[in-house]
Ligand binder design. Structure first.
Ligand SMILES: NC(=O)C1=CN([C@@H]2O[C@H](COP(=O)(O)OP(=O)(O)OC[C@H]3O[C@@H](n4cnc5c(N)ncnc54)[C@H](OP(=O)(O)O)[C@@H]3O)[C@@H](O)[C@H]2O)C=CC1
Ligand SMILES: Nc1nc(=O)c2c([nH]1)NC[C@@H]1CN(c3ccc(C(=O)N[C@@H](CCC(=O)O)C(=O)O)cc3)C=[N+]21
Length: 297
């Protein structure tokens, strides 16, 4: 392996420590405790992992955690009622509805029912529009975490060629927006992209968010490039059991890349740290207090 391994786990711990410090100051000076509500409808294995890690870390940071676990057959109106209550609850500064939702629920409708200023996922159409037009928004946690690691690695990203593989609303598109805002030349690739390997080899920054285990191999990577692996895929292990792998084939990519994030221990922990940072930011904004520095995009 020649690439530097970017330690997302350690970086996330630093971000959470900063959040915890600011939370304790907020409590001491103003008697305010930031609160995060997480809504989980039905059972999704990826979401379960996320909710478990997140609840623990929310409390470790000194914030209040409100978990709402609803049955898989919950009606849309019941879910909208809950969101309305959370929108009006002064103890709740951040609301996250775990995706994907069961098929009978309209995701767009549900997400857009969240008060934009409490939308710590940054998925509400208002926040998407604010980000796209360069205004102050809630920035989606996963792309924000990726951006923080890239800035730490490179300082300025200006003029770099970035290729984002994946065009989802929750990762690919907002990632591309953030890279564009930092003056990268951005290309978004997806399942219809022609000669995707050659395109990826033009990237100084390569972000993989496809949901296909180990799809991006070393021969897709430009020598010295920085590779950010967003993928979280559970695969069968030889000899039984399962293990977590990314969308990048770590071993072959690490032979070519300059720096690379591992899975686990890369983007995942940063996502949760950014969720906590967004909750703190939302709480400061709600109370007309100055925002924490270095925790927003
Ligand atoms: N670490 C973290 O914190 C998080 C990790 N994830 C993980 O990131 C990955 C992506 O998530 P998400 O964006 O929600 O996934 P989606 O399934 O919503 O989007 C996947 C994207 O990848 C593209 N794609 C699929 N197959 C190919 C292919 N063969 N070649 C090129 N492009 C392809 C799709 O293209 P098209 O649009 O043409 O279909 C689509 O745009 C998953 O592994 C997920 O688990 C997600 C969120 C947070
Ligand atoms: N509204 C919404 N927002 C999300 O941001 C969201 C979502 N829904 N639905 C599911 C996906 C997935 N996701 C993960 C975040 C962190 C880890 C994480 O902490 N991963 C650890 C490993 C965890 C383990 O050991 O299994 C790591 O990569 O090191 C994983 C997955 C957020 N998502």
């Amino acid at each position: 392996m020649t690439a530097r391994k970017i330690d997302g786990k350690a970086f996330a711990a630093k971000v959470r420590a900063q959040v915890a410090t600011e939370v304790s100051q907020l409590k001491a000076a103003h008697g305010i405790t930031p609160g995060l509500a997480v809504v989980l409808v039905g059972e999704d294995p990826a979401s379960e992992v996320y909710v478990r890690n997140k609840g623990k870390q929310t409390i470790e940071c000194g914030m209040a955690s409100f978990e709402h676990k609803l049955a898989a057959d919950t009606s849309e109106s019941a879910l909208l009622d809950l969101i309305s209550n959370l929108n009006n609850d002064p103890q709740v500064h951040g609301i996250l509805v775990q995706l994907p939702l069961p098929g009978h629920l309209n995701e767009d409708l549900v997400i857009n029912a969240i008060a934009p200023e409490k939308d710590v996922d940054g998925f509400h159409i208002s926040n998407v529009g604010l980000l796209a037009t360069g205004q102050k928004a809630m920035v989606p946690c996963t792309p924000l975490g990726c951006l923080m690691m890239l800035r730490e690695e490179h300082g300025s990203l200006s003029g770099m060629n970035a290729v984002v593989v994946g065009r989802s609303n929750i990762v690919g598109k907002p990632m591309a927006q953030l890279l564009l805002r930092d003056s990268c030349t951005v290309t978004i690739a997806h399942s219809r992209t022609r000669d995707i390997e050659a395109l990826c080899r033009t990237a100084d920054i390569l972000v993989a968010a496809v949901g296909r285990p180990q799809m991006v191999t070393g021969d897709w990577v430009k020598p010295g490039a920085t590779v950010i692996d967003v993928g979280i895929n559970r695969i069968e292990k030889e000899g039984g059991g399962t293990r977590l792998v990314g969308d990048v084939d770590f071993d072959s990519a690490a032979e070519v890349a300059g720096a690379i994030t591992p899975v686990p221990g890369g983007v995942g922990p940063m996502t949760i740290a950014c969720l906590l940072a967004n909750t703190l930011t939302a709480c400061c904004r709600a109370n007309g207090l100055p925002e924490p520095e270095g925790l927003t995009a």
